[in-house]
Design a binder for this molecule. Structure first.
Ligand code: URA
Length: 246
């Protein structure tokens, strides 16, 4: 449920202010009933909303993938005026929201959409959608430590679920290594905290895969629209993993 003036503005009727004027002047109806006050909420997926007798257009569903650079906030707006992910969505006028989040210092694959149901399916904790990261860490963790990460480590909010972990690259000159890690949860700063727990702190974190979708070919700071097939695959992976875990 959303405020009527917000729904109208998102449907491209007019600016939010102008939409408020339309409501106050009695030109907006919800399910055949005129609405003339501003607090009223509606659900555009269920309610029939008309302006001057004409039904509003439903918002086109958008599904985007962005290669988020580090030093960017995963948020649709920032009162302090810092760089946010929407700053990279040139040409997109619809309001889209991030599907889950990446830390300020994490780069890589970020999905954005205006489809709330899609976002919920992919981020719901019970759906266990796999997310793969390349974590460049200090030093070279011993195999037994990677095994620990794989089986579960104790964090301050409990044990982590089993993960997939393997060496991706070892740089003995710089004394650092890059580990590919796939997790099926989405706790706050989870990957960083997992590597902190084995005393190999993360230097750089990059998400390279979300479900079956990979970042391949997308330059840092660039976005693209998902193909309908990719949207379908993502939805399937959320439903499938959900069923397996049940
Ligand atoms: N894990 C983290 O630690 N940070 C992220 O941004 C995502 C997963």
């Amino acid at each position: 449920m959303e405020r009527l003036q917000k729904i109208l503005a998102h449907a491209g009727v007019a600016s939010r202010r102008k939409c408020e004027e339309l409501i106050l002047s009695g030109q907006v109806e919800v399910n055949g009933e005129p609405v003339t006050t501003l607090g009223v909420k509606a659900d555009p997926a269920v309610d029939v909303i008309t302006v001057k007798g004409k039904p509003i257009k439903s918002e086109k569903k958008l599904y985007l993938v962005l290669n988020k650079p580090k030093g960017v906030i995963t948020s649709a707006s920032d009162p302090q005026g810092r760089t946010i992910v929407s700053d990279f969505l040139h040409g997109i006028t619809e309001r889209v929201y991030p599907v889950g989040r990446l830390d300020y210092d994490t780069e890589g694959l970020l999905l954005l959409t205006n489809d709330g149901e899609f976002a919920n399916l992919l981020t719901h904790p019970s759906h266990h959608v796999p997310k793969t990261y390349w974590a460049t860490v200090k030093g070279v963790p011993h195999g037994s430590l990677l095994e620990k990460l794989q089986n579960g480590v104790m964090l301050d909010d409990g044990m982590t679920a089993p993960a997939e972990v393997e060496y991706h690259d070892v740089d003995t000159v710089k004394n650092q290594s890059t580990i590919a890690i796939t997790i099926y949860e989405g706790r706050n700063r989870q990957v960083r905290r997992m590597f902190d727990a084995i005393s190999h702190p993360v230097i750089l974190l990059r998400r390279i895969k979300f479900g079956e979708l990979s970042l391949l070919g997308l330059k840092r700071g660039k976005y693209r629209h998902l193909e309908p097939k990719e949207v379908e695959l993502l939805l399937k992976s959320a439903v499938k993993t959900h069923k397996i875990q049940k």
